[in-house]
Design a protein around this ligand. Structure first.
Ligand code: GLU
Length: 306
């Protein structure tokens, strides 16, 4: 389905949000995307996803880049910053509006909760509300707050292929609803920014953590709506914290120790099934050791599309 032709030159990327330093979980995604790019003789980019400015921690971007560099993961081009790319996101939103695929929304969270209650089915998805489509047919004199993507009925059940997880399905209309493209506070939503940037940067392969897998269907719908190519997707296993939940900055994951890159790489490698290399003296040695392992893991584990 809609993947890049095999001959498109491989471009991979790691796209951290600068909400804190890298931790053991985020290094797994960074390492896998770097290894996959190198195994495919591709380019590897880093994009700083700082659209969500209120969550942006000053200095986290340069710390992340230093941590990556300490692990030998150096991008092939200067990193791009989403906060500087608003014009591209506006262009994409304008195109969707012109095509009747995006509309302004006046609803607050409370309005949405009330509308869902009135419908008798308060539908929650991981604590997120499924938008009932109140403003689809106009604002009825209320002031616009956000912009939403109109999920079409003919495109509602989406099937996509993940190179690690296999076949995936999501009924976007039922499970997500018309999702936000530009937020009420004026910031660009992750879904729109990531789709515009992956296409603008020629990304052919998205390798990222499994916690992001359920955004993929929304992103594919946006790619279709904007006439953009769909990259291949590979979602890597998550690192679990002591409480059994996904390790994240929010549940207290500690920052990677810049002085111990070999330990950090070994731990990330274990999650991906790469054995440690006791003889590696530097991060570069360890990565050289890991490349053939990733190549063979790819051959054994990676599920090609039918
Ligand atoms: N910025 C997102 C995050 O750090 C990742 C986006 C992506 O890889 O698509 O969770």
């Amino acid at each position: 389905m809609g993947s890049q032709p095999d001959r498109a030159p491989y471009v991979g990327r790691f796209a951290p949000s600068p909400t804190g330093p890298l931790h053991a979980g985020s290094l797994v995604a960074a390492l896998a995307s770097w290894l996959d790019a190198r195994v495919h003789q591709g380019r590897w980019l880093v994009r700083i996803e700082d659209v969500d400015t209120p969550r942006f921690v000053p200095g986290a971007d340069s710390l992340i880049l230093q941590q990556l560099a300490a692990c030998g993961l150096v991008p092939d081009e200067a990193p791009v910053y989403q906060s500087q790319r608003g014009a591209l996101y506006q262009q994409a939103l304008d195109q969707l509006v012109t095509d009747g695929l995006a509309y302004p929304c006046a609803c607050s969270r409370q309005d949405i909760e009330r509308a869902l209650e009135n419908l008798g089915h308060p539908r929650h998805r991981h604590g997120e509300l499924v938008y009932p489509g109140t403003c689809r047919n106009g604002l009825n004199g209320r002031a616009a707050r956000a912009w939403r993507f109109a999920v079409g009925p003919s495109r509602d059940v989406l099937h996509w292929h993940d190179q690690w997880l296999g076949e995936q399905t999501q009924d976007v209309a039922q499970e997500v609803g018309d999702f936000v493209l530009r937020r009420a506070d004026g910031y660009w939503a992750y879904q729109l920014a990531v789709v515009v940037d992956d296409a603008a940067q020629g990304v052919t392969d998205v390798v990222r953590g499994e916690d992001l897998a359920n955004n993929t269907a929304r992103q594919i719908l946006l790619q279709w709506a904007l006439g953009l190519p769909t990259p291949r997707y590979l979602h890597t296993p998550l690192v679990l914290g002591a409480n059994g939940e996904k390790l994240s900055k929010q549940n207290g994951a500690t920052a990677l120790d810049l002085t111990q890159p070999l330990q950090a790489l070994a731990a990330a490698g274990r999650v991906l099934g790469i054995p440690d290399d006791q003889h590696a003296a530097t991060a570069a040695d360890w990565l050289r050791h890991a490349l053939p392992h990733w190549a063979s893991i790819s051959r054994r584990c990676i599920k090609p599309a039918d």
